[in-house]
Design a protein around this ligand. Structure first.
Ligand code: BGC
Length: 446
């Protein structure tokens, strides 16, 4: 059940993030807008998500994690329908914002619900399952764009976003509330039942006792408490990772993949869409399984360090390829073809590290009393950085050129690597309560 909640939220997240690339051309044909409106329609999902994430923290405490997911499911449905029937650009943009709002709320509540409902030994795997669903959602969107592009039915492309919304609504309705939220609300018996329902009876009493002890030791928290003691250290780790996940360029590469493929000799739009389905979509899904297999065994840190090193190799490769390519007059050179390999190396390395591990760590570093608020801030920072990068990347590509742009992303990746090495502690196999205690006593990174 917990897996199904995480999968359906992730599917909606990925689909909405991924679908616009293929739909834009046809929207443009129908409504005839310029590049400003194009940016608006693309970025308003991210902007909606930023606000949705900010509000979700408070709501997750007051209404419960589960009810926030129910609201998000209705927003997915509503936003998809509004977009599909939009008579013009203003309503279309409103639909994009509404669905973005749902994505933002779910991106806080889903990993939180999953982390709070699973055991210490499986938490990383479960939250990585959420990332797997995001990647499948992106792949699904690419596939929809590719197959529907023949007829150019953009309304169907965006309308299909209602499907993961509907699935989320169906799976989230019967699941129990998160045990940690129940304990906080003074409903300890129900918390025990929820744990038994999700993890079985073994160890359920101990798990409840530990949660009760931790919740009792936490005074009522306010936003200001995010900046105190262990929570401040947790906030630094969560926000830092959230920012680096975006600032190292994943979404820029996903959006820009068609141009890289063009360089490599895929000249028609449909050849590019087909190739990026494989080189981006499928690789992104498959490499996420590496994280699912190893995140609870090897731990978060080894995956992060290895993955970011791979991303660095990919970015340096791309930067050098383009430097070289700039001197050749035509595309489809050997160097151009090599750029596909660098892109695949980058995407695969992200998919088993910064993708899943960041959502895992964000969901596990905060104490229960302030987890919702902490996750809200970190997730909003993630969407904010995604928004800025999506806006800046095309300008950087035009003004500085691809070689310098990928070079800058490579430098940011080096900064991210060093920062992670110094600041991010290992959290595998510890209960959420042990992690809270570890941050309170100033964690060492190894
Ligand atoms: C990120 C998204 C990104 C996706 C790619 C997620 O973890 O938050 O911004 O598009 O991974 O798979």
């Amino acid at each position: 059940m917990v897996g199904a909640v995480s999968v359906s939220s992730g599917l909606a997240f990925g689909y909405d993030q991924g679908v616009i690339g293929g739909a834009l051309t046809f929207m443009q044909e129908e409504f005839g807008f310029g590049s400003f409106v194009e940016g608006l329609i693309t970025s308003w999902v991210t902007l909606g998500a930023l606000f949705g994430a900010l509000i979700a923290g408070n709501l997750a405490d007051r209404l419960s994690r589960k009810r926030v997911l129910v609201i998000a499911a209705y927003l997915f449905l509503g936003g998809a329908i509004v977009q599909a029937v939009a008579p013009g650009v203003p309503i279309l943009t409103i639909g994009r914002f509404v669905i973005g709002f749902g994505v933002g709320m779910a991106s806080v509540a889903a990993p939180m619900y999953v982390a709070e409902s699973s055991s210490a030994a499986t938490r990383g795997r479960f939250v990585s399952g959420y990332q797997l669903a995001i990647t499948i959602g992106i792949l699904g969107a690419q596939f929809a764009d590719y197959t529907l592009s023949e007829e150019g039915t953009w309304r169907l492309m965006v309308g299909l976003a209602a499907v993961p919304g509907l699935i989320l609504l169906v799976v989230v309705t019967p699941v129990p509330h998160s045990p940690r939220w129940l304990v906080k609300a003074g409903r300890t018996d129900e918390a025990r039942q929820a744990i038994v329902k999700v993890r079985g009876p073994t160890g359920a009493d101990d798990a409840v006792d530990e949660i009760v002890r931790q919740v009792a030791s936490e005074p009522e928290s306010s936003w200001g408490d995010l900046l105190k003691g262990g929570t401040r250290r947790a906030l630094k780790v969560a926000v830092g990772l959230a920012l680096f996940q975006q600032l190292t360029g994943i979404n820029a590469l996903i959006y820009y993949s068609d141009d890289i493929l063009e360089e490599a000799g895929f000249t028609t739009a449909s050849a590019q869409a087909g190739a990026s389905l494989i080189a981006v979509g499928v690789v992104n899904v498959l490499a996420t399984f590496i994280a699912i297999a190893f995140v609870d065994r090897l731990g978060r840190r080894p995956l992060l360090m290895a993955g970011m090193t791979g991303m660095l190799v990919g970015l340096v490769g791309l930067s050098v390829s383009y430097l070289y390519d700039a001197r050749q007059a035509d595309t489809n050179t050997v160097v151009g073809s090599l750029s596909i390999i660098w892109m695949v190396v980058f995407i695969a390395s992200f998919a088993f590290s910064l993708g899943p591990v960041v959502w895992t760590i964000i969901s596990e570093v905060f104490p229960t009393g302030i987890r919702a608020r902490g996750m809200s801030v970190a997730t909003a920072a993630n969407w904010g950085a995604a928004f800025v990068l999506t806006l800046l990347f095309p300008v950087m590509m035009d003004d500085l050129g691809p070689s310098a742009t990928f070079g800058i992303l490579a430098v940011l990746t080096v900064v991210a690597l060093r920062w992670t090495w110094v600041n991010v502690p290992e959290t595998k196999e510890r209960t959420l309560e042990e992690i809270a205690a570890m941050f309170e006593s100033a964690p060492t990174t190894r």
